[in-house]
Design a protein around this ligand. Structure first.
Ligand code: ADP
Length: 291
């Protein structure tokens, strides 16, 4: 289990940019997703979580310690990869894999992963010759499988992959515990994580387990961008975040949403956390499904 406790966490950058604005939340999960649109503060939060940055104010505890205070402990606790990794080392994929096979306690799974994603077809390529997608897959392989006792902290792991690789990675990540990852796609969080924090403009607008998200009547509303003003007027503060194709809205009457669909104001909607809820029901037996 991973535990994250943030209290009044604030990060300001030069030029008075407030990347994180007084975040307070507690999260516990096997796999935790940080969800939010671009610029919402996800990467900044990750960099504090792995100990690379210090907060301007407030505190953050990862499994009971402050990573930016105990940096050596952080290095022993997490393995991380940030978006668009680049390897500037003049060795081939095969040479790297040989080194990793010697050094990593969980190298068998790493080598399986390399096969699943076809990276062994590029074994003679130098690392800097890999495409950005291949470099990302290799960096993810190292973060996920070099040492499975570590928490894998992944920034937008699915962002630059094609659909086939994205589906494979969703499968791989769902089966490994101990992951914190960022995404701007709520379906990815639902498919992989059991807990999430939703960030918007540097604030944490929702946090908890995805099963609770379903119970709290949060909807993914699939929007027509030209009708967004109407939605803003209708929903106001109940809009948690604008994720592009959909907005997350809290506590809306379904009749209102049905009416908007029939008037063509929105394309459709569904309850957020749906997949988790179905899974929970399946686990608790088929009887619940028949009710
Ligand atoms: P996300 O990962 O959700 O896209 P970020 O954490 O990267 O968001 O950025 C949050 C805000 O902080 C943005 O407004 C961004 O421009 C700003 N920011 C991030 N890093 C820096 C930096 N090193 N210097 C100045 N501003 C930054």
């Amino acid at each position: 289990m991973i535990r994250i406790e943030a209290t009044n966490l604030t990060k300001r950058f030069r030029g008075n940019v407030v990347a994180l604005n007084n975040l307070s939340f507690n999260l516990e999960g096997r796999i935790i997703a940080l969800v939010g649109p671009n610029g919402s503060g996800k990467t900044t939060l990750l960099s504090i979580l792995v100990g690379l940055r210090r907060p301007t104010m407030g505190r953050l505890f990862l499994n009971g310690f402050e990573p930016y205070v105990e940096r050596e402990r952080a290095l022993k606790t997490v393995s991380f990869t940030f978006e668009k990794p680049r390897f500037n080392i003049g060795i081939t994929v095969q040479q790297l894999l040989r080194i990793l096979a010697e050094k990593c306690p969980d190298s068998d799974e790493l080598l399986d992963y390399v096969k699943v994603f076809g990276l062994d077809d590029s074994r003679n390529k130098k690392l800097h010759e890999l495409s950005s997608g291949q470099a990302q897959l290799l960096a993810l392989a190292i973060a996920l499988f070099c040492d499975k006792k570590k928490i894998a902290v992944l920034d937008e792991p699915l962002a630059h992959l094609d659909i086939a690789n994205r589906a494979k990675l969703i499968d791989v990540m769902s089966k490994r515990s101990n992951i914190i990852f960022t995404t701007h796609v709520i379906e990815e969080a639902e498919a992989i994580a059991d807990s999430a924090a939703i960030l918007n403009n540097g604030a944490c607008v929702w946090h908890g387990s995805l099963a609770n998200m379903y119970r709290e009547d949060i909807y993914e509303v699939f929007v027509r961008r030209d009708k967004l003003e109407i939605l803003r007027e209708a929903f106001g503060e109940r809009i948690l975040a604008d994720l592009g194709l959909c907005i997350l809205v809290r506590a809306i009457d379904r009749d209102v949403l049905d009416d908007m669909v029939s008037r063509g104001v929105i394309l459709g909607y569904r309850r957020a956390g749906l997949k988790v809820q179905l899974y929970e029901r399946l686990k608790s037996g088929s009887q619940a499904l028949h009710q």
